[in-house]
Design a protein around this ligand. Structure first.
Ligand SMILES: [Cu+2]
Length: 141
């Protein structure tokens, strides 16, 4: 009986893994976006909490051409994480280690979709991004 079930489960896992690779943002497609809060000083602010293996919120909305301040905090744990933010052109905008101290990333975003993720991985295991530690910043013009 296990001889039949085990290969089937293996196949399901492979299919899910391929789907995750093809569309990294898909896992968060149902999450309602959280808007960065505009301050009286004109700076939009959002706090993102990272952990194993998630960022929350994973979908963020912000306005283009206005300063954006992203405060990063980490859930306590022994697994090291990073926050990498790629611009709409695919270039790294930020790459910061998430330690015990709060980190702040400041940018003036352009319109488009930015992706953020943790690229860390242990040996041959899946990267944290592949495990769901990823999200999208939608910047509207
Ligand atoms: Cu990580």
């Amino acid at each position: 009986m296990y001889n039949i079930a085990t290969p089937f489960l293996g196949m399901v896992c492979r299919v899910l893994a391929v789907a995750a690779l093809l569309s990294p943002g898909m896992a968060h497609a149902q999450e309602m976006p959280t808007a960065a809060t505009p301050g009286a000083d004109g700076v939009q602010r959002i706090t993102i909490v990272g952990g194993s293996y998630f960022f929350h919120p994973a979908r963020i909305m912000a306005r283009a051409n206005q300063p954006l301040e992203i405060t990063l905090s980490i859930e306590s744990g022994v697994i090291p994480h990073r926050f990498v933010l790629d611009g709409p052109d695919g270039k790294h905008v930020a790459d910061v280690p998430l330690g015990t101290h709060t980190q702040v990333v400041r940018l003036v975003p352009k319109a488009g979709d930015y992706v953020f993720y943790c690229p860390n991985r242990l040996l041959w295991f899946k990267s944290h991004r592949e495990r769901g530690m990823a999200g999208v910043l939608h910047v509207q013009g």
